[in-house]
Each structure stands twice: as structure tokens, then as C-alpha cells.
Design a protein around this ligand. Sequence first.
Ligand code: PXP
Length: 247
Amino acid sequence: MLKLGVNIDHVATVREARYRGQTQGEPCPVEAVRITETAGAHGITAHLREDRRHIQDRDIWAIREAVTTRLNFEMANTAEMIDIATRLKPEAVCLVPENRAEVTTEGGLNVAGQIDAITATAQALGQAGIEVSLFIDPDPEQIEATARTGSPFIELHTGAFAEAYDDKAGRAAEIERLAKAAEQAKALGIGVNAGHGINYENVRALFAVPHLNELNIGHSIVSRAITVGLGQATGEMLEQMAGYDAG
Ligand code: PXP
């Protein structure tokens, strides 16, 4: 069965747009954990970014408390995040590159270019009982390098696939790249997850990629929730406003 990890970062993005610097506000990421798990999500993903633009430190601890499935903690390979992860004890960590100027995680990790640093982190997290995954482009060199770090999982970056989706030849080429990467990882004994830019329209095209364990999906699910929920939210506000007497 293909598993779904719901990335709830953008629930916090919406809250921070109104309540930045405050210690509470809506929408609440913990409520998002409860709702998505009740709906059948197999896991929850949250990314504590260095700039704390969406998920805050208090969120990640509250999310840890609330998650009853599996918590996949996305983080950059920094001393601060390694310290948090070893205390937080998520079921999984996905190491991602972080660049302050980016809107979201843009490219995969250059594992081959920082093999020693990533190996040390993968070993430290592995020893703490955390399953490590490296977020990489579907590139043979990066998969080979992942095997050398001892990381048990990769998360294949599906951003290029999502961008090429509307172009038939481009889509086919990206699917082929992802499929070859998944085959290579499988042959090396590495588990395969995938994520970034997956939405309701393109998700089934990924059925052509073998050996997938889990898809991590955030933006499209949070966006869809806004779209399908906006009518009800408007109706509930009108109910609250009913009965006003202007005197
Ligand atoms: N996987 C990783 C490693 C990511 O960095 C992101 C984006 O935060 C996602 C999955 C989810 O991407 P999207 O929000 O486009 O579904």
C-alpha cells in the first residue's frame, strides 16, 4: 500500500500570516494532526526551518505529543536541528537542504558533495533510533552517495516531475528518471519515499514509479482544505452574525 504523509507546515504558514510573534492562534497544527490522522494519514511531516517561518519550536513539541501514527521531522543538517531531533525522537528524520531565500525546499541535497557531514548525522540519528531519509533529486550519483552514508531511505524530489507535468514529453522523461532512481535505490537496499509538488491531478502518474513506500504531500492538501472548507466557514460566520439589530 502506498502511504500518505501529510505535511502540515502550511497550516502554520496561515497562522503566522495573522499571529506572528504570538504564542497561539488559528489554524492550529495540532488540530491538523488530529484531523488528518482521523482521515487516514499514515504519518505527519513537519519542517522546523532555521528561520521559523511556519512551524515554531512550541509546535514541533506539541505535534510530537499529538502524533499517534509516525512523525517525520524535516530538518537541515545543522547542530541545532540534530540536537532538537535527538531530544524530540521523531520516528523519522528527512534531511533537506535549506536556503533562506527560497519559498520552499527547492533542490535535493547534494549528498555526494558533503558525504562526511551527512554520514555523521545519519549515524548519530540512526543510533538514536530514528529512521533517516535523504531528500534528493532522482540522480544516480546522489543515490550512490546515499548508500555510502548508511541512510535507510531516500525521499525522491518530485518537483521537476510536477513542473514538467503539463508537457507530455517532459513528464515522461521525469517519470523515467524517478523510476530509474527507485530501481537503483531498491537494488542498493534503500527504501523510497517521494514528495514535493504532488497534487490531486498529478499523483496517479506516479503509479508508474516502482517501489514507492510513502508520498509526502503538503501544499495541495492544505490548499484543497481551504477550497472545500471556505463555503462552510462563510456559512458559519453568517450564522454568528444573524440577528443583529442596528437599533
Ligand atoms: N517533502 C519535502 C522534503 C519537502 O521539503 C516538502 C516541502 O516542504 C514536501 C515534501 C511537500 O511538498 P508540497 O508542499 O509541495 O506538497
